[in-house]
Design a protein around this ligand. Sequence first.
Ligand code: AHR
Length: 510
Amino acid sequence: MSSEVSVSGGETIDRISENIYGHFAEHLGRCIYGGIWVGDDNRVETNDGIRMDTVELLRDLEMPVLRWPGGCFADDYHWEDGVGPRDERPRRRNLWWTQGRENVPEESNQFGTDEFLRLCQLLETDPYIAVNVGSSTPQEALDWIEYCNYDGDTELADRRRENGQEEPYGVKYWGIGNENWGCGGRFAPDEYADEYRRFANYFNGFDNLMNAESTEFIACGHLTDDWNRVFFENLNGGMEFGPGTFLGMGSPFNLLDHFSVHRYYQAGGDVDFSDDQYYKMFARAEKIAGDIDRAAETISDFVPKDEVGIIVDEWGAWHPEAKNDNGLEQENTVRDAVATAGVLDLIHDRADVVSMANIAQTVNVLQCLVQTDEEDAWRTPTFRVFELYENHVGQTALETSVDTDVESFEAEDHDVPMVSASASKGDGELFVTASNRRHDEAETITVDAGTEATVESATVLFDGKDIREYSTKDNAESFASSDLSVDDEGDGAVTFDAPPASVVGLTLSE
Ligand code: AHR
């Protein structure tokens, strides 16, 4: 079987933001407790409770941004429970993820704001905090931003200093609630617009007080266009600001910087799936393209271009095996990883509208990148894809078309191309990624780079791996990339055999 990937050297999309390679970590199962925070468990090296083996692995990914503390957890969380001396912090139930029931411990609050922000410092990542809208008030959110970012002489800023952080943290990204159509308060879209405006008003006021133009606010959208549209229609609260000044854009009253969508997908089980289900999961993953396109269209009806970016705030495979009582854990297979490559390709294709994407979740939960077990920590196959794709970061995405067979499924509104690809251009360098989704045959792929370029390096992931193979502490290294031999014709045309269910990265220089 053969396919052709054509890169259009002249047609650029936009810069691929580093934030597209962002993460999401929630207080859920063993993501934070066990995966990131082990407190005084001295079986692993820690930085005052934060496990350093996890940090070391994540450092390899140069994580740009980390969203926290939820998820649904966020809208039943009160940040003051998690600051100050750890032995004085209250133990609380959280309504979500069965905490306090079925052998899942209650929230100990040992990992709170200062621990999270220290983790971000260790990872050199931008923190992104989602505040509680559903069960709380703008006052609590305003106090939180003051605690984190205020540089003056107030009780909250002093409390931060007493807790060990002299300088303001400068937290840039603030999410105003999570899934507020569901666990985050079950608001109707017009009600959420009212709540959003109220919270953002105080955040914006704080920003003005601080002369901070770098703080960005995020609304949590829905997958349906109707919901999103009603949200935008009501965001102004019936006020007219004049043509081209939606929400007072251009005035100091800037309410909204990003609008987010969430998408999870599955077909069959994590390792127990049929061949048909193998392909169906790709079809479901690719729905992210439609989610982004629909959100972009809605936004463009209300906001001048480039004013509001789209964040794919939670995304990834969520198999039925991931249940509340196991803390949403599932095996991480080659299938999941190959699907990740396709999602990243389609996001590159939309680099002009996507400002961030956060895979769910960083450690142990859902489609994690790192897994831990007592004193061990290791990379998942999905980690390998993020690592391979790193060369795209900060480059300019190029229009790329793929001529390949397409598999159609009844009842799915998305067909599955057998090859997915994307390309980007940096300083004299071109980077092309291509994945062969066929699980039973190699695919001969010809890349036409659209310019005279020669191959610098070619690597492949998952050569010889079964699609159901998943990472464990003993086999994790076997998912590492290896060199791929290619036929380089020297005029920008490169041909190679992509093994079944594999992901290839090609670096070319012009
Ligand atoms: O990531 C798990 C959950 O999925 C999050 O808490 C919620 O936002 C989403 O429904």
